[in-house]
Write a protein that binds this ligand. Structure first.
Ligand code: ACO
Length: 429
C-alpha cells in the first residue's frame, strides 16, 4: 500500500528514520510506524488513539470536519431515505446493495433463524427482574457460541452465522424487555419482516390489540440504519481487538456490546434522555445545565453532545432531528423533551464554550426521542443501538479476518512504575 512518499523523524540523539507514507481512497494520509520500535527502540504514544489508524478498511468513511458519513460509498442520507434496515445490513456485511432476489434470500435466512434455542429461554429465569438489558444481551450473545458452531469449528459457516446473529440478537433483545415486564415471550413469526417482528415480540400479546403501524416501522428502520456502522469507534475496536486473538465472532460481538454500554459511547442515548427528563422536571431551565456542563469542577457533561471525530454537525443527528418532527407528527405525539432538546441545542450552539470546542449534537441526542415515540423504555435505548450496530460489527470483524496481514492486536505502553527493588519478606514489611 505504501506510495513513494515518506516521512522523516529525527530523534533527540540525532538519528533519523524514514517512514513510509500511504494514502486512502479519500486522500487521508498515514505514516506507517510499524518498523519504528524495531529500528529505533522508540514507540509512539497516542492517548485515546486520537491519531492512530488501527487498520485499513473498505466499509465506512467518515469525514468529521465536513460532517460526511458513507457506508460502502453510499451517503448515509440516501440510505436512510430509501432503504430498509435489512438492506443496509446486507450492504455492510457483503459490500454491495442486494438485488431483489438477494434481499429476499437474506430476509428468509433471518426468518429461519429467528428463534433462540429453547434451552436459552431458561437463562432469563436466572436474571433478576431489574437486570439491565445490556447485561442480559452481552452475556447471552457470547453464550450463543455454546449452542451454534463458532468460527474455529469445522462446520462453521459465515453466512449462517451472520443471519443467526442478526435474527437472534433481536429476539434476545425483545425477550429481555418481556422479562423486565414479567410478560410471556412472544415468538418470532415467519410472516413478519425483521422490524415488524421486533415490534411484535416487544409489544403484542394476549389481550393486547397491538397493531404495527407503517410509520413506526419506517422510523425504526431509519434509526437502525443510522446506527449501523461508524468505522473504528470504541465498540467496533473492541470487536476487532477481541477477534484479533482468533476469538469466535459471538464472543467478539459480546465484547462490542459491553463496550457500547458505557455512557460516553452508546449508553449516551439513555443518558441524554435522562438528562432531558431531568431538565423537564426542573422546569425546563436549559441555562442551568449548560452552566453545569461548562463548569470544570462539575463532572456533568451535556450527554449526546460532542464527538471524537465529528468537529461539525453529526450527519446522523441532523437526520434524526428532522425525523423527530416528522415521526412525532405522524404518530400524533407531543413530547415535551423534543422542545427541550431543541432549546438546549440552540443555547449550546450559541455559547462560546461549545463553539470553540466544536461540540455539536451527536447521534445519541435525538435518537431517544424517537425510541420514546415507539414506546421503547429508556433502559432499552442502548439495546436498540446494539441492534443497529450489529451488521457493522460483523462486517468489521469479517474484514479483519480476511486481511492477509492479520495479526493479534497488542499495544505497547510507557511504563511509569517502580524500577527494580529488593523483595521484602512478609514479617519485615
Ligand atoms: N459537554 C461538555 N463539555 C464537553 C462535552 C460535553 N458533552 N464533550 C466534550 N467536552 C469538552 C471537554 O471537557 C474538553 O474540554 P477542554 O478542552 O476544556 O478540556 C473538550 O470538549 C474536548 O473533549 P474530550 O473529552 O477531549 O473529547 P473526546 O474526543 O475525548 O470525547 C466524547 C468525545 C466522549 C464523545 C465527549 O464529547 C463526551 O463525553 N460526550 C458526552 C457523551 C456522549 O454523548 N457520547 C456519545 C458519543 S457518540 C457515540 O459514541 C455513538
Amino acid at each position: 500500500m505504501a506510495d513513494k512518499r515518506t516521512a522523516k523523524l529525527t530523534l533527540d540523539d540525532g538519528r533519523e528514520i524514514v517512514l513510509p507514507v500511504f494514502e486512502g481512497t479519500e486522500q487521508e494520509c498515514a505514516v506507517d510506524v510499524s518498523s519504528l520500535r524495531k529500528e529505533t527502540g522508540y514507540i509512539t504514544y497516542d492517548n485515546g488513539f486520537v491519531n492512530t489508524g488501527s487498520c485499513q478498511s473498505t466499509i465506512t468513511f467518515v469525514d468529521g470536519e465536513k460532517g460526511i458519513l458513507r457506508y460502502r460509498g453510499y451517503p448515509i442520507e440516501e440510505l436512510a431515505e430509501n432503504c430498509r434496515f435489512v438492506e443496509v445490513a446486507y450492504l455492510l456485511v457483503y459490500g454491495a446493495l442486494p438485488t431483489r432476489e438477494e434481499l429476499d434470500n437474506f430476509s428468509a435466512q433471518l426468518t429461519e433463524r429467528a428463534n433462540i434455542h429453547e434451552d436459552m429461554k431458561h437463562f432469563f429465569t436466572g436474571f433478576p427482574v431489574a437486570a439491565h438489558p445490556m447485561a442480559i444481551l452481552s452475556s447471552m450473545v457470547t453464550s450463543l457460541s455454546s449452542y451454534y458452531p463458532t468460527s474455529g469449528d469445522e462446520e462453521w459457516n459465515f453466512d449462517d452465522t451472520v443471519a443467526r446473529l442478526i435474527a437472534k440478537v433481536r429476539t434476545i433483545a425483545a425477550y429481555s424487555y418481556r422479562k423486565a415486564t414479567g410478560e410471556p415471550f412472544v415468538y418470532p413469526r415467519g410472516d413478519l419482516s425483521y422490524c415488524e417482528n421486533f415490534l411484535n415480540m416487544m409489544f403484542s400479546g394476549e389481550g393486547k390489540n397491538y397493531e404495527i403501524s407503517d410509520k413506526a416501522l419506517r422510523a425504526l428502520d431509519k434509526v437502525l440504519i443510522l446506527h449501523a456502522d461508524h468505522e473504528q469507534n470504541c465498540s467496533t475496536s473492541a470487536v476487532r481487538l477481541v477477534g484479533s486473538s482468533r476469538a469466535p465472532l459471538y464472543a467478539s460481538i459480546g465484547a462490542g456490546i459491553s463496550a457500547l454500554w458505557g455512557p460516553l459511547h452508546g449508553g449516551a442515548s439513555q443518558a441524554a434522555v435522562e438528562m432531558l427528563m431531568a431538565i423537564n422536571e426542573d422546569g425546563g431551565d436549559c441555562g442551568k445545565y449548560i452552566a453545569m456542563a461548562k463548569d470544570k469542577d462539575d463532572p456533568f457533561r451535556l450527554m449526546g453532545f460532542g464527538h471524537r471525530v465529528y468537529k461539525n454537525y453529526d450527519p446522523r443527528a441532523r437526520i434524526l432531528k428532522q425525523s423527530c418532527d416528522e415521526i412525532l407528527d405522524e404518530l400524533n405525539i407531543d413530547d415535551p423533551l423534543l422542545s427541550i432538546a431543541k432549546s438546549l441545542e440552540k443555547v449550546a450552539l450559541e455559547d462560546e464554550y461549545f463553539v470553540s470546542r466544536n461540540l455539536y449534537p451527536n447521534v445519541d441526542f435525538y435518537a431517544g426521542i424517537i425510541y420514546r415515540a415507539l414506546g421503547i423504555p429508556v433502559n432499552m435505548f442502548t439495546v436498540m443501538f446494539t441492534l443497529g450496530r450489529l451488521p457493522g460489527w460483523i462486517a468489521q470483524w469479517y474484514e479483519s479476518t480476511q486481511d492477509p496481514d492479520w495479526r493479534i492486536w497488542r499495544p505497547r505502553q510507557v511504563y511509569q512504575g517502580e524500577t527494580s527493588r529488593a523483595f521484602i519478606p512478609i514479617d519485615r514489611r
